[in-house]
Unconditional design. Structure first.
Lengths: 404, 404
């Protein structure tokens, strides 16, 4: 096959110097990238070409020009998501720029495929202004069935997402916000159930008011949490503070019904739930003052805000972001199924109801096997993606955003 | 595998109405699109994930942030080309917009893979201004090793290509121009050889002054053609005309040494070569007045400017754009190998020398089997892509634009 002979992947290695320098399994694995394009139709002879390309393709183009909705049937648009970043908030590394973020975006793309059957293309943008990002993504949107925003720093990420979703009729989803929020809610639902409580009986404290913290606060309120206070580096986000950004002012308006002000430690006093998405650390005495049967989700990577050994002294359920402890809060439990469900019914957006449905479905997967070590499924649990996909598709229909 | 279970491709069919409506093999083949993403690394268990995604991926990102050139080694950037269009000049269909152009772009993408081993992603843009297209493509360029412009109407295509190549350090290549030009030159070299002439002895006439016509004129002049006149709908492009666009004025400056003016028929009188990229028709009496041993390349699709049966009455060699006649001038003979060669050496651009080298290599493939029915290889000749790839890579090194 011609492709085999000239594939640049096979003979385009870096010099040996680089190879020796990075004698590390992660570098070896990443050589040449982690993904490729494959044709799903034959292109072996003239007959194949005359169907897949000219002259056959012209009929398909003409049909779409006449009936635009046919683009979903006769192209890969409704199977493919753009994974868009500007490289400004990548993992724990921060602002490393578009090129250096590509390994993460490729990783995300192959997770989309492996766990959701969704094709995904990394698009790392060389621009930073909200206007520029919005305009650029809007212009390339005709090629894609959905936009997954990734690793764009707060507070720009909020405005980018809002403005893009207003403008486009395909789902726009910032995974650092909503993926994390959906999985956290699912785990919290099960942890509450395990300790015989409803969400309405719980008072939660979130450490971190970035993309994840804001989205978790929102989804907990929507799901009916008793109360939730969000803390940033300066303490509890409350209306009396004068240093709040627009997003945090909004947050202060719908969280913290108790009207607390002060430090994270103050908020934790008697709280039922701790959710860490900050990367800071919480001193043990503050953990000790939480309520009985506390639920501790210390999700910072690689160092949880509260070490699991410490957390277990005081908590009924402990979750982290790490794969080497039980109860890993991992976005891969959510985004593949959420997009697969949305694409399946050609949803025009991903509504709050679809996210809540995703969390319900995710929680339900382990409903019959709940334990302190199992409030959330493993990322490799094969029941997860089909359950989330079906729930999201059904919710999209129920909410009137489905188009098939 | 989870991907199998929830793959939206399998259960996202259109309603039966649409299926019956388009009971045609081209539509059947296009259902669900023609391409997909595949992981090239395993993502089956926790160990796989910890290398391909967090935490392992962070080391790779950090290395690229420190040494930007490593992006070529550890991502798919140097394997992947964006196939960019605005849908303004698609096949013979014209301006059908970005969505309706996607089947062609997907077709192009799978040809890139099949014939050159190059991954390619369709990017159909929802914008039309030159500034907008240039700005958008420049912003998404960090994710790609090359930009293949496709089906963008003249004269905007010339400025888009020029400005993007000035701005980017990856190859920018408008295939409608240069792919066609390279294959035409290769066929013309062999046709001249077959009839015992050099290019310098030939006077050519090109019918059509769009993207392909302009690029063919340029490459013929660079390759040393005796003379070439280009005709648009109003006749021969010559300095005395006052209706010329900027591009045509430039064209008038370096073509038509004979100083002809008037109609296509005037130009054809005694000409050695006819190259049709116009879609018009040439009356037989004008063909009859061409020189002895004429070479007729009537490349309009599906209707050649001169029917092959008519052309054969007067010509020593006849080529068309159709696969059902001998000597098909098909871009797939050029673009896969040109990009494969450029990517292999991480060329910063595709120079004139690289295009000429591609044409030489392409012509040489059938040098030992030349006949009037074989002045250019078949698109399925497996010798083509490796030969073009090697020649283009070598030329890039010779011209100082290679970076590996």
């Amino acid at each position: 096959m011609a492709a085999e002979i000239v594939n640049p992947r096979s003979d385009n290695g870096a010099d040996d110097g680089a190879q020796n320098e990075f004698f590390d399994p992660a570098f070896a694995l990443h050589r040449g990238g982690k993904m490729e394009i494959r044709a799903t139709v034959p292109v072996q002879d003239r007959d194949d070409l005359s169907l897949a390309y000219t002259p056959g393709v012209a009929k398909v183009c003409s049909a779409i020009a006449e009936r635009p909705e046919l683009v979903h049937d006769y192209t890969w648009k409704s199977q493919v998501v753009a994974v868009v970043t500007d490289g400004s908030a990548v993992l724990g590394l921060g602002d490393i720029g578009p090129e250096a973020s590509l390994p993460v975006m490729e990783g995300k793309a192959i997770l989309f495929k492996q766990f959701g059957g969704v094709d995904a293309v990394p698009i790392a943008l060389d621009c930073r202004e909200v206007d520029e990002i919005v305009e650029t993504v809007a212009r390339l949107a005709p090629s894609f069935g959905g936009i997954n925003l990734e690793d764009i720093s707060a507070p720009r990420c909020f405005e980018v997402e809002r403005r893009l979703q207003e403008r486009l009729d395909i789902p726009v989803f910032h995974d650092d916000q909503h993926g994390t929020a959906v999985v956290t809610l699912a785990a919290l639902r099960n942890a509450a159930r395990l300790t015989d409580r409803t969400l309405g009986e719980l008072r939660a404290v979130i450490s971190g008011a970035g993309a994840a913290g804001v989205a978790i606060a929102r989804i907990l309120v929507e799901a009916g949490i008793g109360d939730v206070a969000v803390c940033d580096r300066k303490g509890i986000v409350s209306p009396d503070r004068e240093d709040l950004t627009e997003v945090k002012r909004e947050l202060a308006g719908f969280t913290n019904k108790a009207g607390l002000s002060g430090t994270l430690e103050t908020a934790l006093d008697g709280a039922d739930v701790f959710i860490g998405v900050s990367g800071g650390t919480v001193p043990e005495p503050a953990v000790a003052r939480m309520a009985k049967n506390a639920l501790i989700f210390a999700m910072a990577n690689p160092t949880p805000e509260i070490h699991p050994d410490v957390a277990h002294k005081y908590a009924a359920v402990v979750a982290t972001g790490r794969s080497d402890y039980p109860n890993q809060i991992n976005n891969v439990l959510a985004f593949p199924g959420i997009f697969a469900g949305a694409l399946q019914v050609r949803a025009s957006r991903i509504t709050e109801g679809m996210k809540l449905a995703a969390a319900e479905a995710l929680a339900a997967v382990v409903a019959d096997e709940l334990s302190a070590e199992c409030v959330i499924p493993s990322p490799f649990d094969e029941r997860v993606a089909p359950a989330v996909t079906a729930a999201v598709a059904a919710a999209a229909r129920a909410e009137g955003v489905a188009r098939s």
